[in-house]
Structures are given as C-alpha cells and as structure tokens.
Design a protein around this ligand. Structure first.
Ligand SMILES: Nc1nc2c(c(=O)[nH]1)N=C([C@H](O)[C@H](O)COP(=O)(O)OP(=O)(O)OP(=O)(O)O)CN2
Length: 159
C-alpha cells in the first residue's frame, strides 16, 4: 500500500523562455504554484506519512532561498544572464533547460526533492508547476527509485 499526500507552495519569480520566438522571450514574471506530491508506505504514531509542516519547511525553505523573487534563466541564455548580472542586487537561478513549467517541475522533482527528502522515509513522485490558473505542467516518476540524486547545485547569484 502507498499513501499519497500533497503540499502546495506559492511563490513569484521572473523568467524568459530562451528562443521562444514569441512574447515569452521577453523578461516577465508569474505568481507560481508548486504542488509537491509525496508518497510513503506507512504512517507514524500520529497517523501521518510526514507532517505537512515539515514538507512546508523543506519545500518552502528551498523555494524561498532559491526561486522566490528571483529570475530563472536557461544556462544557454548567455545574453539574458549577462543582462541580469548588471542589476544590483540581482537574484538569479540558472537552470540546465528553459524555465518552462515543464522544466521547473522536472528540476524540482529530479534535482531538488531527492536531496530535501533524504532521510525522511518519503519520496516525491510528482511535481506540478502552475504558471497561471489556467495552465500547468507536471513531472512524475513511476518508480521512486528511478530518481537519481545529483551532486551539483546551482547556487542563486546575488550581486
Ligand atoms: N508548454 C508550455 N508553454 C508555454 C510555457 C510553459 O511553461 N510551458 N510558458 C509560456 C510563457 O511563460 C507565458 O508567459 C505564458 O504564456 P500564455 O499562456 O500565452 O500566457 P497568458 O495565459 O497570460 O496568455 P494571454 O494571451 O497573454 O492572456 C508560454 N508557453
């Protein structure tokens, strides 16, 4: 048996889609919603897979530090990165792919959640990123063990 729970985290961030070819190539921002779906196979003495408050501490803590009020850019977007570095102070987070809802959900699921949840006994199996109230993308894994832990972290650039 598995038990599935979800913790929602809201944040705002700026981005642009490298080579989008349309309006989303301009710098702009969104009020994002991130839904973290977590699974476990047993409950504690209180009846919880994991305390929602602990998930908030972990997920919101990471989001607040790295993405909230930051600009998210594709590492291939040299022009955008160069431009943002001129801004003082500047909070920027560089991703290995475009900061689409799909790219952000994938990054959280594969690169961030395994580290945050290490030792908790639960696994994040799906992350949904809502870019607007009408559109979202989700990344999910079928088998938790498919998630690989990655050693490299992109630190936010603050200047
Ligand atoms: N599959 C995806 N398509 C798009 C993404 C994305 O993350 N995944 N992102 C964007 C842009 O970020 C854009 O800001 C959102 O575009 P759009 O949905 O067109 O924006 P609006 O809902 O605000 O549309 P209006 O026509 O301006 O009302 C684009 N595509």
């Amino acid at each position: 048996m598995s038990l599935n729970i979800m913790r929602r985290i809201k944040f705002c961030a700026g981005h642009r889609l490298h080579k989008h070819g349309g309006k989303c190539e301009f710098f702009h921002g969104h009020n994002y919603v991130a839904d973290f779906h977590v699974t476990g196979d047993h409950v504690d003495d209180v009846g919880r897979v994991i305390d929602f408050a602990e998930l908030k501490r972990l997920f919101k803590g990471w989001i607040d530090e790295h993405w909230d009020h930051a600009f998210l850019l594709n590492e291939a977007d040299e022009n955008g990165i160069h431009a943002l570095k001129q801004v003082v102070p500047c909070k920027m987070y560089i991703l290995p792919a475009n900061p689409t809802a799909e790219g952000m959900a994938t990054y959280l699921l594969e690169s961030v959640c395994p580290k945050l949840l290490k030792g908790t006994g639960v696994t994040c199996v799906k992350v949904a990123i809502w870019e607007t109230e009408d559109s979202f993308a989700e990344a999910s894994i079928d088998t938790p063990s498919r998630v690989q832990e990655q050693e490299e972290w992109s630190e936010p650039m603050v200047s």
